[in-house]
Structure formats: C-alpha cells, structure tokens
Design a binder for this molecule. Sequence first.
Ligand SMILES: [Zn+2]
Length: 481
Amino acid sequence: MTAVGNRARTAAVRVAVALLAVAALVLTGCGHTGWGRPGQPLDGVGSSPSAGRGGPSDAVPVPPAAVQGGTGTSSDRLAATVVAGVEGYWRERFPVEFGRRWVNIHGFHAVDPKDAATPVPCVRRALDLAEQAAYCPRLDTVAWDRTGLLPRLREEYGDGAVLVALAHEIGHAVQDRLDIDVGYQVREPDRFPTILLEGMADCFAGVVVRAAVDGGVAGVRLAPAELDRSLSALLSFRDPVGMTAGGNAHGDAFDRASAFLDGYGDGDGARRCATMSVRTQTFTQRGFSSASDAATGGTLPVAELLEAMVPDARAWFGRLVSDRGRPWRAPDLAVGSAGCSGAAGVQGPVRYCAKDGTLSASVDQLAAVHYARGDYAGGELVASRYALAAVGALGRPVRGAEAGRTAVCLTGAYTRALFDRGAGTGFGLSPGDIDEAVDELINQDLAARDAAGRAPEGDLGFRRIEQFRAGALGGPAGCGV
Ligand SMILES: [Zn+2]
C-alpha cells in the first residue's frame, strides 16, 4: 500500500493508481509464449510466424503427433496423457465452437534441458527451456521441461498443475488456429499486446480445466478440490511485482486468475476467450508509480497501514450504506482490543462484532498475515470486516454463507475503488497489492468468514477469487448491493 500522509516520512510518496489504458500500451515485439518466468524470450519464437510449417491454414491433414523425447517416467506419461486429452478436447470442440476444423498440432517435445545433445525446436539450446513450457508458433510445436518444471509443478501443486501448464500452451495453438497469432501482434501491437495473448491462453486453459472437472477430457479428471492448487500454479507464474503491462508482461495474479475464470465460467467459455480484447479485458498489472514506492516495494508497516486505511474504509463503506438510504457512520477500528469475545474472535485478526456493531483488530495477528503475504493481504481483511459491518448496516444477515460471500465481493469493489484512484489522493494500492489480495483469498478463508467466524462450507479459494472479482469488475452492484 502507499499512503500520502501528513508526516514528512510519507509525504514524498505520491500515488499514481490508474487502471491501465491498455490500448495505449506499446509492445516491445517479443513473441515469448512460454509458461515460465517472463524475460526469457525463446529464441526464434515469433521471428517468422506461420512460416515453414504445415500449419493450420494448410489443407493437408496432419496426423496426431506423438510426444518426442522422454524415458517413460511418471511425469512423461502424465504429460503424454494430458496433451493427448487436451488436444482431443479441442479437436472435438473447436469445430463446434468456431466453425473451423482442427488441424493437429505439429509436434510435442518432452525436453531434458540438461541434455545438450537433443535438438529442441524453436530454441537455440535445450537449456533455454529450463523451467519452461512453450508453444512455438513458427513450427506449431509444444515443448516442456520434463525433468525440472514438470516434477516440480507436481510436487508443489499436484498433477492438475501439469494440466493447467500444458493447456495454457495448447491454448496458444488454439489462438493460432483462430488466426490470432504473433503475426497479428507484430502488425497490431496495440490490439494484441502480449498480456492479452497470455490472458487468452489462460482463458483457454480455464475452458479445458472446466471440461476436465466435468469429465470431458479423455484420460484426465480433475477433482474440484484440486482447483485451488492448480490455480495457485498458474498464479505462481505471474509477472514480477512492478513490471508494467507492456512488453513481455503476462499479467499479475488478478489478471491471470480473471482470464482463467472467464474460460472456466458457465457456458460460452471458449467464445469468451476468443473474443477477448483490450477493450473488454481489465488488466491490473502495472509498474511502480514512484521511486519511493518502488524503494519500499509498496509495503507499509501495519500501524501505518491502519492509520491510512481505516479512515478511508470508514468513508467508503459509510457512503456505500448511506447512499442506499440508511444513514450510517462506519465504526472506528479498536486496535488491540479483544472486542466482543467468543465467536467474533475466530474471524481472524480483524473482527466485526454483530452485537454492538464494533470492529477490532489484533496488530500481532495482522502482522503475521502481513509478514506471510504482504500488507494488502492484511488490508483486505480490514476491508472485509468493514464490508461485513456494512452488510449488517444494510439490514442484511451477517451470519451465513451469503454474508461471507457478500463481504468478499464488496472487498473486491472497495479494492477496485482504491485501484482506480488518481495520484495524490492519500491512500492507494501499490503494484503487488492485488497479488497479495488474491494470495490471501486462495490460501485462507478469513475474508469470507461471517460474524460467527464461519466461512461458507466447502468453499474454495477459487470461489473466493470469483466473488472478489465480481465486486472488482462490477462494483457493489456486482455483489447485489
Ligand atoms: Zn503463454
């Protein structure tokens, strides 16, 4: 977070928070389409789109490609099953969705980056593929690091992460078959910045993951309970904090989760992905607004966070309720006080007491959240309790699943309001804050707990992000308020 305070210490921090005018972005022309850390463009990708291959536009049918490379390890077998299942899904669905036939992907390559002797399409050396998976539009091939990336993803996030990673890369092949390729990017960089093409691939991955949950991908089944870990894998590949949305940006955690959810959502996922544009998509990825913001990493100590945020949240949520015909002064936040005891205590570091409408916080507990996930992870919890207080002030139930969901959604709406603010308005978001909010939502259910300290039963982090996003994109109206 950043605060333009009265104190000299913070006075120099100016906040420039603006929703990205994505249409104005300048693309630096990199065609990296890899599942990996940005800033590692794969040599050859994008240098000659669609040239020299029997590509999608050619009339000659290509038989399904077998995976090249690999020694039959369990990761090799998993990857082979996944790419066959995902391509099979698109082979069947692509003509239905888009009225075009599917042309089989030209090649799949399981690569050991340490094996220098193995030629790998589209990269100069096998080592260039370390910790990566990538689609090469020029040769229409998908390649992945079979010895580093895949075992690590499985260990950290489960097998669903391999599905998400390879479905993202095959999503680029889907793009290519829709003629939305790096050629377009070069010709019309404003319409097709990297962040949009990456969002689209995340979106197509969401379509496939939904199909895998619903039993529609041959050989691949993902349990709904695995969704959080799979989505965490996708988010782990977000851009570094402070990277601007131009150039090689893939998007921050919110951007990537949001695009994935567009594909995952009910109904027309594939078509939603295909029609994504810089006009329809909201990207929150942006750079630091000032040198001092960058120097602190956009992180405020807990005491400063509360000092800056509490008056802001009181004003915003107070107005929200008053504007709906119920004059209400949002309470101050009593720091260090246990507030109302009992059930309210299990709400977490910040509590709303339904009995007397008060709010309290434990600075120590908040500091732990702050330490684990960043200042706006804690800020989000403050916002979620003000949201719950507002739900109560609106005369709605503050206990039950709906109360928790509305609190998360209104937290998204408030976060969006912070995000949309101009420079020098006192309190705003820094790059990374949205990531922290998303991290908190996927890892813990504190923001979704009701006044009795209970979160909606069986609710996934995945769902909490959906609720937060509904408020972030639709405002209070998106939350039914
Ligand atoms: Zn990609």
